[in-house]
Write a protein that binds this ligand. Structure first.
Ligand SMILES: *Cc1c(COP(=O)(O)O)cnc(C)c1O
Length: 239
């Protein structure tokens, strides 16, 4: 446990240095970027250590793993982000702990989230997940709505009781015109965020960048980076 704490502290310090350097290079204030540590596949004991080390935002992508972890961490001052593809039958569970759902990509999900948020008296922050590799009006293979579908979905979220429109999220595409061009992908997301904020000025969250490309995301203007591997280590393969 002590070793794990030392390891996580060292990794966290390195990631912090990278974020600080990327902010400095971009002429941005460090306070403009929030580090979200993606704790998926790692135990609640790691979440506890991270909290003790000062982490305030964590993310998960599978409800089965996240729900018990969040329950075991309920005493910690953490903001929980759900970043995985979300089935409507998991919405009740997810709204029990998630402060933000970053992977909103279809109207049915907005309806389900709104219903549960109202039922439990919670406010859930919602980000539209953008699939930069999706066909014009379709959805991405790993979730997300094509850029052409953002405005409609954002409008639905903004009008839905119990939900607050936070902004946009993306995962840099592995294929298509943005493959290997994370910087260009994140700049495109920033342009889409600028468009979004014309209609929804407070929806200013831009969640982009992971362990491998957080520098590109910060350079482009991301407000939130989601870092797993660089803090917790290479994940064991999921079955
Ligand atoms: C796993 C995951 C991350 C973190 O990825 P790393 O490469 O481990 O930093 C970020 N965003 C989403 C949506 C993820 O599923």
């Amino acid at each position: 446990m002590t070793d794990r704490r030392t390891e996580l502290a060292a990794n966290l310090a390195k990631v912090e240095e990278r974020i600080a350097a990327a902010c400095a290079a971009a002429g941005r204030d460090r306070a403009e970027v929030t580090l979200i540590v993606v704790t998926k596949t790692y135990p609640a004991s790691d979440v506890r250590i991270l909290s003790e080390l000062g982490v305030r935002d964590v993310a998960e992508n599978r409800d089965q793993d996240a729900a018990p972890k969040a329950a075991a961490s309920a005493d910690l001052p953490l903001t929980w982000h759900f970043v995985g593809q979300l089935q409507t039958n998991k919405v009740r569970s997810v709204t029990g702990y998630a402060d933000f759902v970053q992977s909103v990509d279809r109207p049915r999900l907005v309806e389900a989230l709104s219903r549960e948020a109202v039922r439990t008296g919670r406010e859930v922050g919602c980000l539209v997940q953008v699939a930069l590799d999706a066909a014009a009006s379709g959805r991405g293979e790993r979730g997300g709505v094509a850029p052409g579908g953002i405005a409609e979905l954002a409008g639905l979220i903004a009008a839905a009781p119990g939900l607050r429109l936070g902004g946009l999220m993306t995962v840099a595409p592995l294929a298509g015109e943005y493959a290997g061009r994370q910087g260009a992908a994140f700049e495109r997301l920033m342009d889409l965020s600028t468009d979004l904020r014309r209609a929804h000025p407070t929806a200013n969250m831009v969640s982009a960048g992971m362990s491998a490309d957080l520098e590109e995301a910060v350079a482009a203007g991301a407000t939130h980076v989601r870092v797993g591997t660089a803090v917790l280590g290479v994940r064991p393969r999921l079955g």
